[in-house]
Design a protein around this ligand. Sequence first.
Ligand SMILES: C[S@@+](CC[C@H](N)C(=O)[O-])C[C@H]1O[C@@H](n2cnc3c(N)ncnc32)[C@H](O)[C@@H]1O
Length: 245
Amino acid sequence: MTDRGWEEYAGWWIDRFAADSDGDYRDQIIPLAVAELAGAATVVDVGAGEGQLGRALVAAHGCRVIGVDPTRQLVAAAVARGGLAVQAAADALPLAEASADATLVSLVLEHVDDLDAAVAEIARITRPGGRFALFLNHPIIQTPGSGLIDDYTIEPPERYWRLGPYLVEHAGVEQVERGVFLRYVHRPLSRYVNALADHGFVVERMIEPPPSPAFAGPDGEAATYPRLMYLRSRRMSDAGSVRDR
Ligand SMILES: C[S@@+](CC[C@H](N)C(=O)[O-])C[C@H]1O[C@@H](n2cnc3c(N)ncnc32)[C@H](O)[C@@H]1O
């Protein structure tokens, strides 16, 4: 499987997830992002895609949202939909130090190879005392090769969620839908939490929303499996780059 990257699948993303048609976005991600970012005057949305979260924030709070994304077609779509967006990757944000009251990163760091470089940049642009709102595909359940399996090799047949290796960092291309191949980096949850700590963020809240019916499977097999996780952290006032250990 080859990774043709986000430019290749920009249209797929827009049609499939950014058209108010995806249950997780509509019911979980958008309402949580809106609630968590209330009161922030300037929000930087890193890996903003075509800007659906930014539009929801502007509609709800009237704040200023700057979207940053390396995929040219998604930036163009964000601008065409009325957003403010620039083309850049998470590890080289074209924004001034402490210029964001809050940073938002939704389902992006799983696609970023250099986690520390990205978190260092997010810390640099988040003002001291500002929030960092992070959504991730839950690394505990979304391990490499994971998925709902119908096992007909046993009698009676069983349906279960297959887990791949959890504790090992792994970068590879996954078929996320028929014909759609994207690069994912799996990391244990501790790797994310420790990257935040190393770059001066203090975790304030972790939320594991119950999954949407679509993820739970036809008979609700995965209804108690956390598909999504959210971390709210705050940048310490005296944060340096990487703290002494
Ligand atoms: C799953 S989409 C999420 C889009 C948006 N955050 C949302 O929730 O609607 C992943 C996004 O990450 C972006 N991306 C991929 N590599 C990136 C990188 N190195 N830095 C920043 N964004 C990246 C892609 O272009 C894509 O827009």
